[in-house]
Design a protein around this ligand. Structure first.
Ligand code: HEC
Length: 104
């Protein structure tokens, strides 16, 4: 019985700890997701061959933080990229820190 309790703690503790880590946006995770799932398509769509330029082009669509969140959610749902809400928050935070620089 003591053994079982110990293994439960061993399994559950990392879950709890990583849950806490996800509470604040993880910029590195956001960057990794952008590069893995978003960059290539944006590079192709802009025609610049550079997936960052969609965020910095002069006629960009996103004008404030709320719109950025909406746009990330839209690209995620529309394209069925299967991001978790935490991942969406991470990508949003990364894009804002790196490119848009809105005050949330
Ligand atoms: C299959 C192609 C494709 C993928 C994959 C994709 N996007 Fe997009 N995204 C687009 C297109 C096309 C636009 C431009 C829409 C427009 O101009 O109306 C866009 C625009 C955006 C914009 C607005 C840029 C601006 O004008 O300020 C954001 C933010 C964005 N995408 C986020 C993401 C994120 C985050 C991901 C990955 C999780 C992603 N997109 C994946 C096609 C894609």
């Amino acid at each position: 019985m003591k053994h079982l309790a110990q293994s439960l703690v061993a399994v559950l503790l990392p879950l709890v700890v990583s849950g806490v880590a996800f509470a604040a946006p993880n910029i590195q995770n956001g960057k990794a997701i952008d590069q893995a799932k978003c960059y290539a398509c944006h590079a192709k769509k802009t025609g610049f061959g550079n997936g960052d330029m969609i965020y910095t082009r002069s006629d960009r669509k996103v004008k404030d933080f709320a719109r950025l969140k909406t746009m990330v959610a839209m690209c995620n749902t529309e394209l069925r990229l299967d991001m978790f809400p935490e991942d969406e928050a991470d990508v949003t935070a990364y894009l804002n820190k790196q490119f848009y620089k809105f005050k949330p």
